[in-house]
Design a protein around this ligand. Structure first.
Ligand code: C2E
Ligand code: MG
Ligand code: MG
Ligand code: MG
Length: 285
């Protein structure tokens, strides 16, 4: 009986594995066509200065609206797209779309784009970024690529060369999800980052949990010491915001400060105001 149970368990295991592999392959196949079928869109989440509340930029976040599955989370499909390499053309679409849309914004704010490790290490990545900048006319200093430390550990030498070439284009590099995964302080010194993004898991309970608070304060200290601005991800409550502002964290992002969505465009009245104001000033002078 134990034997047959074992066999049944094994068969069940085999079947579910088969099912999982099949459903991954199916999703891979669907991802291959998703760009052409126009199923991807970008939403933008504001990044704000914590002292003034001013929006300094937006992070582009990828959304996949599947005809039958509905909205699929990037947490689900990005790993599958990375494993199969499809993240490279998808990432290129994200970069081009974000750059084109940001170039049309009425204010020259920063546009942050997530770059997968697979994409960063793909041949011609730097060339692609360069081409997108030329094509869209986006000023390089407005583009910030968000990279996780996973991208660095794969091949340190190559990652360093690529980041230096990207920096030579005039764009900025942010370290995303700092404090998770392969975090190493030496990465902050060895690679030319322009910003540290503290992962949202540390911001949670920063006002109630002493350990979380200590870690966040330490990262803020490192940022100050290295002259790197620090952005707190996942700011959800006014208590968290108060703590962060009190510790002189410069930038925040999170549901409290603004959810990912379409870019709020200025309304017609604002346009008239903006056009009229300089005229008034001229006539007064
Ligand atoms: P990430 O780059 O760390 O992006 C931040 C994630 O946190 C986003 O989830 C955002 O919606 C979410 N978030 C923002 N504020 C809050 C908050 O206050 N509370 C909580 N609980 N969450 C908040 P999203 O859009 O589901 O993306 C998840 C991850 O998928 C991203 O993490 C990023 O690693 C990846 N991703 C998203 N878009 C792209 C893309 O275009 N390319 C690549 N390669 N990866 C992407
Ligand atoms: Mg990010
Ligand atoms: Mg992040
Ligand atoms: Mg995160």
């Amino acid at each position: 009986r134990a034997k047959s149970e074992g066999r049944d368990t094994w068969r069940f295991y085999e079947e579910t594995m088969g099912l999982e592999a099949r459903s991954r392959r199916l999703m891979e196949h669907e991802l291959r066509h998703a760009v052409a079928r126009n199923e991807f869109a970008l939403v933008y989440q504001p990044q704000k200065k914590l002292d003034t509340g001013e929006t300094i930029g937006y992070e582009a976040l990828l959304r996949w609206s599947h005809p039958e599955r509905g909205n699929v989370s990037p947490a689900v499909f990005v790993p599958i797209a990375e494993e199969s390499g499809i993240i490279v053309p998808i990432g290129e679409w994200v970069l081009r779309t974000a750059a084109r849309e940001a170039a049309a914004w009425d204010q020259p704010l920063t546009i942050a784009v997530n770059v997968s490790p697979v994409q960063l290490h793909s041949p011609n990545f730097v060339q692609t970024v360069h081409q997108v900048l030329l094509e869209t006319g986006l000023s390089p200093h407005r583009l910030e690529l968000e990279i996780t430390e996973t991208a660095l550990v794969r091949d340190m030498t190559r990652a360093l060369t690529t980041l230096r070439q990207l920096k030579a284009l005039g764009i900025h590099i942010a370290m995303d999800d700092f404090g998770t995964g392969y975090s190493s302080l030496s990465n902050l010194r060895a690679f030319p980052f322009d910003k540290i993004k503290i992962d949202g898991s540390f911001i949670k309970q920063v006002d109630t949990n002493e350990q979380a608070a200590t870690i966040v304060k330490a990262v803020l200290g490192i940022g100050r010491g290295l002259g790197l601005p620090v952005l707190a991800e996942g700011v959800e409550t006014s208590e968290e915001l108060k703590f962060l502002a009190g510790e002189f964290c410069q930038i925040g992002q999170g549901y409290l400060l603004g959810r990912p969505g379409p870019i709020p465009s200025i309304n017609a009245e604002d346009i008239v105001e903006a056009e009229v104001r300089p005229l008034r000033r001229t006539s007064a002078a």
